[in-house]
Design a binder for this molecule. Structure first.
Ligand code: AMP
Ligand code: MG
Length: 489
């Protein structure tokens, strides 16, 4: 058997979850299998390759698995929904990986559950491959994220606006507990449930909070810090989550629930791709404010555990939430210094970074290419020529480069060392929308996985220069542009 399960969430009281088995499908076949991740999880690769498709599609329940759908609530675009839950995902169980970390093995698209409402419990192949490639790219970029172990085609159609091939994605997470999980119990006035959830999460994800005078407050502090760091990291690579509902924010600080997410090409903080985000609530530049809003909803659920006096609880929670902005700014600035090749800190660095972004925005400069171009310019000013071409107004680029070089002159790094450090944080390759779309179209419409496999191979080594694959680093031609992305649920 390829898994050794130890299912701590299933041991929580019955009201935390519904016991439910995946619905078997006609003809499971691997479309993608993440062998390095399987090894990291301590799985038996040979057994996985032999029986894995049947297991990871939900046709065969491996020994020790105790499948459940988790209960949760959530604010969707600001509207509270007291019951959401895993409507098309089933937690097979938890394994301890080779590094001793507990990881959820979760089948997305495995059939209906008591939380499905009117949904079919299924996922289409395109969105499953999309989550696979983007989450693996995020991991390679050094950003905390759920991982993708496999995509298994079901051999059955799912019906969206048309019939599409169905698939199950195996998602691996440090935990699938969300802000919305806490909201589920808070909305029911179930303080005992909250207490158990807090204990579970602290034990599993934040053991340092266990010894604190008020563990719930220490948990809030830790989660605020992780989210501040996570969202700063998103901004550093031009990532737009797309649906930052509270049910799509993991308490672990991992990026979760890849739907209409996307990386931007030219820099503009107002960028939105999601077809359902008509008012830009989840635009690139709004993400820090939305994270803070979601954390306030999280804090509200913890109030009964923070202080017997509600006023004092609110005071304490507000103080922690108030630290978000400073933590975010600090994470953002430290990351920007790394992107700009600065090993030291000066007061003017914020303005230097912001002025570059403003010039990029005014000149519709490509986010990823600009920062990658700076790596070359750090080593040799001859590379400036290629960089300034990215700007509609090259003079704005020139003016900024003069200021940057003045600043670099006060920074101790030697040029080659600086350039090498910059190349390790400024990717050459991101999963650009048009390439993702092309790869998924080939897989779904023509059953051709070669473009998907090539794209994956490129984005899981994002910091290497690979001249033969340079076409993956460039922005779309006008006719290739992707203007909207979809959840595909
Ligand atoms: P998401 O938009 O993926 O974050 O999902 C929001 C909620 O809708 C969650 O409770 C999902 O389980 C549920 N959901 C999404 N798609 C489906 C589907 N095809 N069948 C059943 N439930 C779904
Ligand atoms: Mg979700």
């Amino acid at each position: 058997m390829p898994f050794r399960f130890d299912n701590s969430y299933r041991r929580l009281p019955d009201r935390f979850h519904a016991r439910v088995l995946p619905t078997p499908v006609a003809d499971p076949r691997f479309v993608a299998l993440n062998r390095p991740l399987a090894t990291e999880l301590g799985l038996d690769l040979a057994a996985l390759e032999e029986h894995g498709a049947a297991i990871l599609v939900g046709n065969r329940i491996p020994e020790g698995a105790e499948p459940i759908a988790m209960a949760y609530a959530g604010h969707q675009f600001g509207q509270f929904v007291p019951q959401l839950g895993d409507g098309r995902a089933i937690l097979l169980g938890e394994v301890i990986d080779r590094a001793g970390r507990r990881r959820d093995i979760h089948l997305k698209g495995a059939g209906q559950t008591p939380f499905s409402r009117r949904g079919d419990g299924r996922a289409a192949l395109g969105p499953a491959l999309r989550e696979y490639v983007i989450s693996e790219a995020m991991h390679a970029l050094g950003i905390p994220t759920t991982r993708s172990l496999a995509v298994v085609a079901t051999g059955e159609p799912v019906y969206r606006d048309k019939a599409l091939p169905g698939a199950v994605l195996t998602r691996v997470a440090a935990s699938h507990v969300r802000v919305g999980t806490f909201q589920y119990f808070a909305a029911r006035g179930d303080t005992e449930g909250l207490r158990e959830l807090v204990a579970h999460v602290i034990d599993r994800l934040y053991p340092d909070a266990a010894g604190a005078a008020t563990p719930a407050l220490a948990l809030l502090e830790a989660v605020v810090a992780r989210q501040a760091r996570l969202v700063a990291q998103w901004l550093h690579v031009g990532f737009i989550h797309g649906v930052m509902n509270t049910d799509n924010m993991a308490i672990s600080g991992e990026t979760i629930d890849y739907g209409p997410c996307a990386f931007m090409d030219e820099y503009d903080p107002a960028t939105v791709f999601s077809s359902i985000d008509q008012r830009g609530r989840y635009a690139y530049g709004n993400q820090p404010a939305i994270a803070q809003w979601n954390l306030a909803r999280f804090a509200e659920t913890l109030l009964p555990l923070m202080d017997p006096s509600e006023d004092r609880a609110i005071e304490r929670a507000t103080a922690v939430l108030g630290s978000f902005a400073a933590l975010f700014d600090q994470q953002w600035l430290e990351g920007m210094r790394r992107k700009l090749g600065l090993a030291t800190a000066e007061d003017g660095d914020v303005a230097l970074a912001q002025d570059l972004l403003e010039a990029m925005q005014a000149s519709s400069a490509d986010f990823t290419l600009t920062f990658r171009g700076l790596c070359g310019a750090a080593r040799d000013p001859a590379a400036d020529a290629a960089l300034r071409k990215l700007f509609a107004n090259p003079a704005a680029c020139d003016a900024w480069l003069v200021r940057w070089r003045e600043r670099l002159a006060r920074d101790p790094l030697a040029a080659p060392e600086r350039a090498a450090r910059m190349r390790a944080v400024n990717p050459a390759f991101i999963p650009r929308n048009h390439r993702v779309e092309q790869a998924l179209d080939a897989a779904v419409d023509r059953g051709d996985l070669a473009p998907f496999e090539e794209l994956l191979e490129v984005v899981i080594r994002p910091f290497e220069d690979r001249p033969a694959l340079a076409r993956y680093s460039t922005p779309p031609q006008p006719e290739e542009r992707v203007l909207q992305t979809f959840c595909g649920t």
